[in-house]
Write a protein that binds this ligand. Structure first.
Ligand SMILES: C[S@@+](CC[C@H](N)C(=O)[O-])C[C@H]1O[C@@H](n2cnc3c(N)ncnc32)[C@H](O)[C@@H]1O
Length: 226
């Protein structure tokens, strides 16, 4: 049952180039924001200091997606034009924008930063969900114990729930500590992840493996087999 997920270590553009086109049902991803992020203990994010990876990565992401499917991508507002140019050049159409208001300040500049953001991007003409997900979503803070910019599973889960079905293959090419994979395990989706940093790759492998084992036990219990 654990073959319901696979995780690759390396650069996502290079690894996706080896995968067949039109094989992924949904992409939910949280790439580097290109904001030279550093937390209080000095932890940084790979590729967060330049934008050269954006266009090749999203070209491959678009290629491996099935026709008429969706991609949710968080992004850094500082370089919104680089993200948008790359998305449009790859063939995506923006069809929505999501915001997560925070009840704390994560960065102070001209403004006290209190939100996260993501675009909903379409390949082709995906069907609209029967119930539209509100584009302002509840945020939860993780404490960043597994990763310097770790997202909460509760933030990712509604996206997967809204835009995919049980058994679908969900891709996160910037897996980090594996949050998208945890949500996929819980929602009975298959998961394909890629992570460049070896430490995060190992963290994600452990967390996602454990989440699918737990989900398997839950399903077997529900079926009366345990
Ligand atoms: C913002 S973090 C994702 C955090 C994740 N959402 C979580 O909850 O842990 C982005 C991740 O992308 C990885 N990354 C950067 N460039 C990459 C590339 N070209 N291919 C694959 N992963 C990459 C970084 O190492 C980092 O872990």
């Amino acid at each position: 049952m654990t073959s319901r997920f696979s995780l690759h270590h390396g650069d996502c553009a290079a690894i996706l180039a080896t995968l067949p086109q039109g094989s992924v049902d949904l992409v939910v991803t949280d790439p580097p924001y290109v904001c030279r992020y550093r937390d209080r203990s000095g932890r940084a994010v790979a590729n967060d200091n330049h934008a050269d990876w954006i266009a090749p990565a999203f070209r491959e992401i678009h290629r491996v997606m099935k026709p008429d499917t969706l991609c949710v991508s968080f992004y850094g507002w500082q370089h919104v034009e680089r993200f948008m140019l790359a998305w449009k050049a790859a063939g995506f159409t923006p069809v929505g924008h999501l915001v997560w208001p925070k009840d704390y300040t994560s960065r102070r500049g001209f403004l006290a930063a209190r939100h996260e953001q993501a675009f909903l991007l379409a390949k082709g003409h995906p069907p609209r969900p029967a119930v539209a997900l509100p584009d302002v979503q509840p945020w939860a803070y993780t404490g960043n114990t597994h990763h310097p910019t770790e997202k909460a599973e509760s933030v990712i889960r509604p996206l997967i729930d809204a835009f995919s079905r049980r058994g679908d293959l969900v891709l996160d090419p910037f897996t980090g500590s594996g949050t998208t994979g945890l949500a996929c395990a819980r929602l009975d989706r298959r998961f394909l992840g890629i992570e460049l940093d070896e430490t995060h790759y190992r963290t994600a492998s452990c967390r996602i493996g454990e989440a699918y084992r737990r989900a398997d036990v839950t399903h077997l219990r529900a079926a009366g087999s345990l």
